[in-house]
Design a protein around this ligand. Structure first.
Ligand code: SAM
Length: 288
């Protein structure tokens, strides 16, 4: 039988290839091309406009770091905003915390619908949780009406192309700052591969640094996000992420009985230790 392979189209000269058992979904929505593939190595994979978004096998790494690092850095996050995240992975992890309410604002209803059907191993019952408010809207519109409403805001968008591009603008970052509650308000966003998407992290870091008193970069590695390290930015109105103690994180981690496969308080603090070539890209921006 002829083998079927999917090749990601994110980088012009570097390709991730996945051997495919079956193409479960191949649809065009109002915003993007949606594919869900069943693969031999990574299970079911969500692909938007030819770019891997998440896979059953390695999603826990990305979703746990993007969620628990900002959530446990805050002393009592009760209201949380997720922009993007239509696969439900970040929502699942946020709901492990004793939050009062979570708003998930996804631009493409089809992504949520298809994730509920084909990616239940990722979203589980998260979308049906009574604390979850699911909003179909462009994040840039929704956030304008939320002055001081949220303790933690998590941007789980695709890369800064297509519908996500607006979520990497200074205007959006200012609105995100205003939508955070005073005191500790925390913002976190994925900023791609520092090796293959060299501009993305310094671009975001520089813009956030003009708006938030505290900004830092943290790293992980996700097997299907090609390029080695994968980066995120942490920004806060009042929390210096480099000044959080292990004991404090361990206390919160134990108190909420968080079950995680990648995240732990040690890796939380270690993820801010940057290799020199990445440090230099943000530091130059720090002094820029
Ligand atoms: N983890 C993935 C990554 O790092 O590339 C992101 C996964 S998540 C599925 C990305 C979601 O962001 C998509 O469902 C997309 O529809 C949504 N999205 C893109 N632009 C958006 C916008 N402006 N407002 C709200 N959601 C948006």
């Amino acid at each position: 039988m002829k083998e079927t392979w999917f090749y990601e189209s994110l980088f012009p000269s570097v390709k991730l290839g996945l051997k495919v058992k079956e193409t479960l979904v191949s649809k065009k929505s109002a915003y993007q091309k949606i594919n869900i593939l069943d693969t031999y190595e990574f299970g079911k994979v969500l692909v938007l406009d030819g770019i891997v978004q998440t896979t059953e096998a390695d999603e826990f790494i990305y979703h746990e770091m993007l969620t628990h690092l900002p959530m446990l850095s805050h002393s009592h996050p009760k209201r949380v905003l997720i922009i993007g995240g239509g696969d439900g992975g970040v929502l699942r992890e946020v709901l492990k915390h004793p939050v009062k309410e979570v708003f998930l604002v996804e631009i493409d209803e089809k992504v949520i619908e298809l994730s509920k059907t084909y990616l239940s191993a990722i979203c589980r019952n998260s979308f049906a949780d009574r604390r979850a408010n699911i909003i179909i809207d462009d994040g840039v519109n929704f956030i304008k009406e939320c002055k001081g409403k949220f303790d933690v805001t998590i941007i789980d968008s695709s890369d800064p192309i297509g519908p996500s591009k607006v979520l990497f603008s200074s205007k959006f970052y200012r609105d995100a700052f205003n939508a955070l509650s005073n005191g500790e308000g925390i913002f976190a966003q994925q900023t791609g591969s520092p090796f293959l998407q060299r501009e993305e992290l310094p671009y975001v870091y520089k813009r956030l640094k003009k708006i938030f008193p505290f900004v830092a970069t943290f790293l992980t590695a996700v097997p299907t996000y090609v390029g080695g390290f994968f980066s995120f930015v942490f920004a806060s109105k009042g929390i210096d992420p480099l000044n959080i103690h292990l004991a404090q994180l361990e206390k919160r981690y134990r108190k909420f009985k968080l079950k995680t496969r990648y995240y732990n308080p040690e890796i939380h603090l270690a993820s801010f230790a940057l290799p020199t070539h990445i440090k230099e890209t943000v530091e130059t921006k720090r002094n820029g």
